[in-house]
Design a binder for this molecule. Sequence first.
Ligand code: HEM
Length: 301
Amino acid sequence: MLHLQEAPIVRQGAITETSMPPWNDRKGRLSVLKAGVFAALFIPGLWSAWQWQQGDLDPKPVTEALHLTGAWALRILLLSLAITPLRTIVHWPRLIDVRRMVGVGALAYLIIHFGLYIYDQKLDMLRVASEIVLRFYLTIGFIALIGITALGVTSTDGWVQRMGALNWNRLHRTIYWLLIFCLVHAFLQSKVDVSEPVLDTGLFLALMGWRSLSKRDLKGPLPLAGLAVAASLATMLIEAAWYAGKTGVPWTRILAANFDPDMAFRPAQWVLIVVLALVPLRLIGQRRAPAPRKVLKARTA
Ligand code: HEM
């Protein structure tokens, strides 16, 4: 769905994804993978609702819920973007079956996020509109929301056929720009502690780095390890630049916090761990992938 790098191939007369329950595969059979991911997408929302009901979000439950839904929307968006790389890394082609579902899941959290904002403004739509026009962080959030909604609506097989694969791919590649808008919105909304948007930005950079490695056919474990280090360093620099700009603390001191064993785990370290964890997965993926010679033999047999 959202942000496909290649449009799904839709054959004439095939059962389309939208004409059956989300937990079925294209042949109409129950898919454990799709059912599992579908159920998992509800967990953050149900957990947040439970916390609200228990009073854990007091004294400002709506504001807290705004934070939670925004943060989860961003995480799920990043996850949907990670599906194509993961599919290559672990050599699991069927992962592609859940990409659309995960993208739609992120959109659902965003719609709730916007709904909560409207509720927080006492349903005064005139005020909502003027705030969106006047406040930069809301303007870019709104543009991102409209863009992601457009990608969600056009994510179906029917739209792929209607638009043609080339145009459809072009439209869905705008997700990368929309995500930058989302990240800027999250940074500006985070006020004091920007650890989460810094982490999200680091993971986003790692995803962009993977795209450029893929284009150069550098999909092995070693380039991946290099990407982990590069993305982690970039994350450190972004964090240092943000806090130095905001607080005037020397950026070298902020950078040094990443190497202080007494400090809690920093976003750059998480980025390093997450991307490095893909290295053994890549080794497994390479073993699972059929050897090129075998494929050639099979094709010529
Ligand atoms: C019309 C669109 C949007 C509106 C009106 C809106 C509004 C808000 C508001 C008011 C907050 C802060 C709550 C507070 O502290 O008082 C917030 C936080 C947040 N929003 Fe949005 N938002 C919009 C779109 C988006 C989009 C497209 C994303 C992308 C995923 C997003 C992600 C976030 C995140 C991650 C936070 C939490 C930041 C943090 O606390 O770490 N929002 N939003």
